[in-house]
Ligand binder design. Sequence first.
Ligand code: DON
Length: 328
Amino acid sequence: MTPRMEEKINELLEEAYKRGKEAIPSGHVATYIPELGKANPMDLGISICTREFDHFNIGATDKRFTIQSISKIISLAIALDMFGPDKVFERVDMEPSGEAFNSFVDLDTKSNKPMNPMINSGAITVASMLLGHVSLEEATDVIRKICMDDEIFMNRQIFESEMNHLSRNRSIAYLLESKGLITNVEETLELYTAICSLEVTAESLANMGMIFANDGKISRKSDDRIFSKRTTEIVKTIMLTCGMYDRSGRFAVDVGIPTKSGVGGGLISVADNLAGIGIYGPALDDKGNCIAGTPALMYLSRELQLHLFRKDSLLDRLITLKLKAKLI
Ligand code: DON
């Protein structure tokens, strides 16, 4: 990429960061897992990894935080590759819930399986499918590989803090057991919570987003892949329709990039075929999504034309120019 192109992307990133920062005072860090309440709400980091593996970073992009619900897309991808879509969707649906991430109203009253794998009831069901097939160490290795980050470890304080305040997820898990959807409730909850407690950075999430943007392949040029193409297609679609919980519809209209949030403040966005974007900002909106992320991503989406239904992406042109420059 020429210095001018890099400058352009960095300028856009600076403005996105500024817009994100402005939104932070209206947000709050999560406290239902008490240890998460210690995060600095003013922190913000935005990282872009392009399909050519150029990185653009601003702010706290190397700060570690727990992956939380972003792990749901990896557990889902592992389960899809391991058991196939039919088996997975026998146990969990793929419909937006329109309810909070930790709600179990629909599960109790309307449906006999969780609405989708992004809400807690769906993710706990997926974790129960993995139990006995995938250990915490194996799941961690997959996350290290897809994040290109060997420094990913579990944050024990946060894990214990969540395990000691687990009434809501425990209620969900026992309701799932009562409906015959899961067994081994306590072991399932432990695996689910441990995977949520793995620590990543905004930059590692950008790398992960890039691999999903690459249909599961480590690099566009190699055949080495982490997930099958079909699996990444399913995961990206469910990120678009359900990844931001009961804000998914508006987010899809305004930003138009499949994105998944975590209550630790992380966001991962997949600009298909172009780039992964990782954000860290622990101040959350009322739906539990990083509050700085929406204005920052709205701006980047508009300026770089990253919306799923825009075909003339500026980022695409910049990357293609780089390739052409290499050939000359
Ligand atoms: O199960 C929980 O409540 C947390 N470990 C994860 C929830 C979460 O990240 C919601 N996302 N914004």
